[in-house]
Design a binder for this molecule. Structure first.
Ligand SMILES: [Zn+2]
Length: 174
């Protein structure tokens, strides 16, 4: 399905994003079987059309999506960076954030080391360097929600300490 573009309905950034927020697929696709396991086929196209059907929004609630395709993880565009994503449970100070979604339910599927490496190398470190977003402004959704009892995104198999140590390694500039 080709979701119709409706840029007029999306809210535009009027200054640069200041934060990065990480999600997994369970965030907006609760318990849908297609989004439990990231297999070797890309699911972003289906995710976009399901999101349109479920939420009537013409673009995904993630600017970038990490999706496993064949042997490796790739970054795909979820929502153009021109527009911001609105999460009602996230504190308003984080409105101008870059949202990155992982195509796996990380309460269900354990991430590989390579998943963290691709996330940090291919998208987070370039965005942080080009947009001047400091290390301390990278959050998990569950860090910034006003609903901590309900939101466990990304799921508990996402290990923040592993993630942050890989991110530090990928940020090194000589
Ligand atoms: Zn989330």
């Amino acid at each position: 399905m080709k979701v119709p573009y409706k840029p007029i309905n999306l809210k535009k950034f009027t200054s640069r994003p200041r934060y990065i927020i990480i999600h997994d697929s369970n965030c907006r696709f609760y318990d849908l079987p297609n989004y439990k396991i990231d297999d070797n086929k890309s699911i972003v196209n289906k995710m976009r059309s399901d999101y349109f059907v479920l939420y009537n929004e013409s673009d995904l609630p993630f600017h970038f999506v990490l999706d496993k395709i064949k042997d490796d993880y790739e970054i795909l565009v979820g929502r153009p960076l021109r527009f911001y994503c609105v999460y009602e449970d996230i504190k308003t100070e984080f409105l101008y954030s870059v949202h990155v979604g992982i195509c796996s339910d990380l309460s269900f599927q354990k991430p590989e080391q390579r998943m963290y490496e691709c996330l940090c190398y291919k998208i987070l470190s370039p965005i942080m360097i080009r947009m001047g977003i400091p290390f301390k402004n990278v959050y998990l959704h569950k860090d910034v929600t006003m609903n901590p009892d309900k939101i466990n995104c990304p799921g508990s198999f996402f290990k923040k300490e592993i993630f942050l140590s890989i991110l530090k390694r990928m940020l090194v500039i000589k």
